[in-house]
Design a protein around this ligand. Structure first.
Ligand code: CP3
Length: 365
């Protein structure tokens, strides 16, 4: 083990010059100097790519997440095509919950649907703790990917307790999260028991990925923006903290992301992330003011901008790079996932533009 200037423990083997731990992406996460601003896209593997649609045509979503050879191929597709600075494991936030014993499916065009939603203490007990043996396909896929990717870092991920709880309590996607909030306000004890169990599953799932070799992890709390800061602090922060602080000694940067979180950015940083993901609503310089100087930021191009004419895309990329300079580290990304109707050629152009603009600036010192 070695300790870098930010006090982060780097894992042996990864820290060789040119290896994933020395990549622009990991360096930016650790607020170290970079040759160019690194860029990857949430949902870069997915329906925007014809090669993905072809593979998935005959394989249901959850099954594709459980076949290591498909996970490996789908994860590599955007790296080959776009030249992004990081790969993200192809999986879904409900994969560990299904492995923990919950009967669910991912329905095309809808998202996760749970057969018997969680409403009682007995229901919470149905969520079993998991080990590597419950997700052998994830362990195997990560090991294959680390070999295939060479110096390109692989990001592992999981859903945060609130976002997972929302799917489990609602039974599927929800605009208002009404049933989730009714449980949270109406039975805080049960709520905390549910989130504590989900935090345990999430932590175990991320540890499997880290042990298999991922270079960073992202905790997606996509729907946390539905809460006020006070409720977030009371009902969610302790559980997300349990996950992120549980990984403090794992030696990989931790990214924490949610949508609509302008009011929560400071609190989300406090949960123990090294990098806070920001949606398109908050300019990165403003976000940095809220998060503080000891964390990097990730974001935050509005995915809809990618559907606009190129000069609009270019102007927005320039603005985001400029505002990202206020942060001690910046990973370029979208403010949420790639939309399926996005032209993949625009994504490739964005990667090239981010690299070109940010390395020219580095040349100028
Ligand atoms: O490239 C990547 O980012 C990695 C792959 C990834 C998927 N899901 C694949 C996927 C990641 C990181 C996720 C996380 C995920 N899943 C989140 C958190 C991120 C976010 O978007 O906020 C959430 C909320 C889910 C739940 C979920 N799964 C939804 C809302 C959907 C979309 C439903 C639809 O069909 O529109 C899914 C399905 C899903 N997960 C797809 C992919 C590529 C689409 C399935 C398909 O191709 O048919």
């Amino acid at each position: 083990m070695s300790t870098d200037t930010t006090g982060t423990v780097a894992r042996d083997g990864d820290s060789r010059p040119g290896g994933p731990a020395d990549s622009p992406f990991i360096r930016a996460c650790r607020r170290r100097p970079v040759p160019h601003t690194p860029v990857w896209f949430m949902r870069q593997a997915g329906r925007s790519l014809p090669e993905y649609r072809e593979i998935r045509a005959s394989v249901p979503m959850l099954e594709s997440c459980r076949r290591p050879e498909l996970v490996t191929e789908i994860t590599l597709q955007p790296v080959r095509r776009h030249g992004v600075d990081a790969a993200i494991l192809f999986s879904d936030i409900v994969v560990p919950v299904a492995a923990a014993g919950i009967d669910l499916d991912i329905v095309p065009g809808t998202g996760p649907v749970v057969a018997e939603p969680i409403r009682t203490a007995a229901d919470v007990e149905r969520i079993r703790p998991i080990t590597r043996d419950d997700v052998p396909y994830v362990d195997e896929a990560v090991r294959q990917l680390v070999v295939e990717l060479g110096d390109t870092p692989l990001i592992g991920f999981a859903g945060a307790p609130f976002t997972l709880a929302s799917y489990l309590v609602e039974g599927g996607p929800s605009r208002t999260h009404a049933k989730t909030k009714a449980l949270m306000y109406g039975d805080p004890e049960l709520w905390h028991a549910l989130c504590a169990r989900l935090a345990e599953v999430t932590l175990a799932f991320l540890r499997v990925q880290i042990e298999a070799g991922v270079s960073a992890v992202q905790l997606f709390d996509s729907w946390a923006g539905a809460l006020s800061e006070a409720d977030y602090r009371r009902f969610v922060l302790p559980h997300s903290t349990a996950v992120l602080s549980g990984l403090a000694s794992a030696g990989v940067p931790r990214i924490h992301f949610g949508v609509g979180t302008a009011e929560l950015l400071g609190a989300m940083g406090e949960a123990g992330a090294d990098v806070v993901g920001v949606d398109w609503r908050t300019p990165l310089d403003v976000a940095t003011g809220r998060i503080g100087p000891d964390k990097a930021v990730q974001g935050n191009l509005d995915p809809c901008v990618l559907l606009a004419p190129w000069p609009v895309v270019e102007a927005e990329v320039r603005r985001i790079l400029e505002q990202g300079r206020a942060a001690p580290g910046h990973v370029f990304n979208l403010g949420h996932g790639v939309l399926p109707e996005t032209d993949p050629e625009v994504l490739t152009r964005v990667v090239a533009l981010v690299h070109e603009l940010s390395s020219r600036r580095a040349d100028q010192g």
